[in-house]
Design a protein around this ligand. Structure first.
Ligand code: GLY
Length: 411
């Protein structure tokens, strides 16, 4: 099968010449891609869309269904401030950059595809249920006010005026007006459709990778259980919690591991809360369909994606405490996703020194949905060989896990 682009994105001159490959199994009907993206979650799809817009001939291989893992399970919060309580480090700046791109990025997606991602600028409340919680909220107010407008530390009475359904155990909150959220499964659907319209070849149910090898001067061959073999000039690893599989085939230890997030929703509660609500134990997000999403556990359960009574029970107890109108009502549904975690909680976005054809875009842990636009832009720059302009890009390279010439991985 030819690797020629089927859609509107034109390949740049000199790029994407079809090849056949002599591999261990002989000359096979290996399909070709200029850029092969492994993983069809929001990071893979947004990177594919960006690469196609920049003129690359792109294929995405997804082992199962697009958005079927962490991206589809996410609560969809775009919360660079609430997710970064400590300091304005490089990770905060990446999150803030991505958040600032979101309105235009989603508008472009929606106009192109006709799919709504249900972006809502609800603002957020980080609620104090104990006096001690105010310490960190005050510290956050101090530094975060320098990076965004309209932050306020609310006392109990003002908090209840703005969010009447909160329990009167709430002592106050840090209000952050700029934070927002999307409906993650719809966002993924829009990104998938945008890729299709941009000429990206989308291959779902490709199964697991059964082999990967470099072919000198030609590229990388990727073999799959369900979608044959692929030869690509560049391979972008966007396989979420599964990204560590690369170490089975190539001399690079990608230190990503799964952390399960159990999450639940109360259906039909009809516009139940006005803001995203964060507490030290759980968060709540009201969606346009009237459901109220409550998340999320952070448990180590390997690649197990089921929910447990204990995990959902804990979310329910905290829902009863924070939002008394939920008292005694069981959540309508519960589900789980596997967050792709790294040893320091920051993503891996960058080249791989040992394998120049590889680019990493994985390990986004709690913020894959938020970080999609900025990750896609960085991947596009890496593919084009452009240096990033923000000054923090190198902070996300795999080199940070190198200790005295060895990779500090998970073993
Ligand atoms: N982004 C929230 C979570 O991972 O639970």
């Amino acid at each position: 099968m030819s690797g020629a682009s089927k859609g509107s994105a034109e390949a740049k001159p000199g790029r994407g010449i079809a090849k056949s490959v002599q591999s261990a199994g002989g000359v096979k009907s290996t399909q070709t891609a200029e850029v092969l993206i492994l993983g069809g979650g929001i990071i893979g799809l947004s990177s594919a869309w960006e690469a196609a817009k920049r003129g690359f001939r792109v294929t995405v291989l997804e082992a199962e269904a697009f958005g079927g893992q962490a991206s589809g399970a996410a609560a969809g919060m775009l919360a660079p401030f609430s997710e970064n309580p400590e300091s304005p480090d490089a990770f905060f700046r990446l999150c803030a950059d991505s958040h600032s791109r979101y309105p235009d990025w989603v508008r472009e997606l929606e106009e192109l595809t006709g799919h709504s991602a249900e972006l809502q600028r609800s603002g957020s409340l980080n609620v104090a249920f104990h006096e001690a919680d105010f310490l960190s909220l005050r510290a956050r107010l101090e530094w975060q006010s320098r990076h965004g407008a309209g932050f306020e530390l609310l006392g109990a009475a003002e908090l209840r005026r703005r969010e009447p359904k909160l329990s009167d155990r709430a002592l106050g909150a840090l209000y952050c007006p700029g934070e927002s959220h999307v409906f993650a499964p719809k966002l993924v659907g829009a990104a998938e459709e945008a890729c299709r319209r941009a000429g990206v070849r989308l291959v779902a149910h490709a199964g697991r990778v059964t082999g990967m090898e470099r072919v000198a001067g030609t590229g990388v061959v990727v073999r799959t259980a369900g979608a044959g073999s692929w030869l690509a000039d560049r391979v972008v690893v966007c396989a979420g919690a599964w990204s560590g599989f690369v170490r089975e085939w190539l001399p690079v230890d990608v230190p990503v591991h799964p952390i399960r997030g159990q999450i639940c929703a109360y259906d039909g509660k009809g516009d139940p809360v006005r803001h995203m609500i964060f507490s030290s134990q759980a968060y709540w997000v009201g969606k346009k369909d009237g459901s109220l999403v409550c998340g999320a556990s952070e448990d180590v359960a390997g690649f197990e994606r089921s929910v447990t009574e204990q995990g959902i029970g804990r979310l329910k107890r905290w829902s009863d405490r924070a939002l008394p109108f939920l008292g005694g009502i069981p959540p309508s549904r519960g589900w789980a996703g596997l967050r792709p975690a790294t040893l320091d909680g920051w993503p891996l976005i960058g080249p791989v020194p040992e394998v120049s054809e590889l680019v990493l875009a994985c390990g986004h842990y709690r913020n894959g949905i938020l970080l999609a636009p900025s990750t896609a832009a960085l991947v596009g720059d890496l593919l084009e060989g452009k240096a990033g302009e923000k000054g923090y890009e190198n902070a996300f390279g795999i080199e940070r896990f190198c200790v005295a010439g060895t990779r500090r991985g998970l073993g």
